[in-house]
Design a binder for this molecule. Sequence first.
Ligand code: GDP
Ligand code: MN
Length: 398
Amino acid sequence: MKIHEYQAKGLFREAGIPCPEGHLVTSSAAIDELAAKLTPGIWVVKSQIHAGGRGKGRITMAGVDTGGGVRVTKGPEAAIAAARSMLGGTLVTLQTGKAGKQVNRVLVEAGVDIASEFYLAAIIDRETARVAIMASTEGGTEIEEVARTTPEKIHTVRIDPLLGYRSYHGRSLGLKLGFQGDVLKQFDTLVSNLYTLFVGKDCSLAEINPLVLTSQDQLVAIDGKLNFDDNGLYRQGALVALRDVAEEEPLEVEAAEFQLNYIKLDGNIGCLVNGAGLAMATMDIIKAFGGEPANFLDVGGTATPENVARSFRIMLRDKVAGIFVNVFGGIVRCDVVARGLVEALGEVQLEIPLVVRLEGNRKDEAVALLAESGLPIITAENMKDGAMKIVSACQAGN
Ligand code: GDP
Ligand code: MN
C-alpha cells in the first residue's frame, strides 16, 4: 500500500523526523480559508499524488498547462494562486503514464532555506534479508539515475535484525555524506528514527528525497514516501485509514473486493487463470509466442461460478484484444469455471477471440457444458496450443 507525502510526513513527525509545517487543502473553499493562515515568506505548493517526479511534471486544467507539480512561491497570494492552479488539474510525470493523475489534494508547506540536498532511504534487501539504509549526496534527483551513472555515490549499510539500529550505522553513513559535529548527531538520530518507523509500521520502502541541510544546519525531510507491505496491514489498523483508493487501479480495487488477484499489464491479451504459478507460466508462454499479456486475473483455488463470471466482466472492461482462459482443475472444478464463463458470456456479445484451455478435475463435464452453450469459444488441447491460438487470433484481429 502507498500513501501520500503529507501522510508520510505525519508519520515522520510522530517518529521524530523533522519536516516543515504544512496545510493540506482538498477544496476550493479550503483554499479560501487558507489565505488568512499563511504568513509572509516562502511557501512550497505540492500536488499530492501517488507518484514521484512531480517537481518536473506538468499540470493541465481544461487543456491548458498551468505549471509544475511542485512550486516554490513567494508570499501567501502566490501560494494561493498556485494551489488553485493545481487542485482538480491533471498532473503528468515520468511515473504517471501519459494519462496522468488528477490532483485532489494539495499540500502548502513552509519553505525551507536549502543549503544542500541528500538522499536517504530504508528498503528490504532480499539478498541479505535485512533492512538496508541507503544514503547519497545526490539528493533531489532520481536515485535510479544515480545508481546507473554514479553507483559509487550511493552508500549502504545493512542492519542485523537481532542487533537492531546502532549508532555506527548512521554515523558511518553520515561521515560519507560529509557530516560532522552536531549535524552528524542529528543524522544518527534521524536514521535511528527512520529505522524504528520502518520496522514498526511494516514498511517496504521509506524514502526521503531530498533530505536537506538548511542554512541553519538543520536536517529536514522535505519530501517523503512510505510504502507498506500489504501482508502486514492486518496488524496496522491505523494505517488502513490512510489508503486512498482514488490513486489505485480501479479494476484492481474492484477485483480485490472479491478476493480476486488482478494485475494490470501493458499488452493486449487478457489472461484468466487459477494460481500464481500458472499465471507466471501463462505470461511466459504468451510472450514466447510473440504476444503481450494485458493483465492476469487469478481466480484462486476456490472459484465459484459467480467469481469466474465477475472475473470475466472485469477482463472485458480492460479493453483487451482477446482472452485466454487457462485453468488447471486441481482443487477448482473445471465445470465450475465453465459455468461461470457461460453465465458471463450470456450477458454480453463477445466481439473478441476467446481461447479456453481446461485441464483436470471434471474436464469432460466442462467441455460438454461449453459445447452445449453454442458460444464462440476456441478450445485448446493444452497450454502451448492455447497460447499459440490466442496470440495468432489477436494478431489477426489487429
Ligand atoms: P518530487 O519531484 O515529486 O520528488 O517532489 P519533491 O518534494 O522532492 O520536490 C521537488 C524539488 O522541489 C526538491 O528537490 C527541491 O529542490 C524543491 N523544493 C521542495 N521543497 C522546497 C523548499 O521548501 N524550498 C526550496 N527552496 N525548494 C524546495
Ligand atoms: Mn522528491
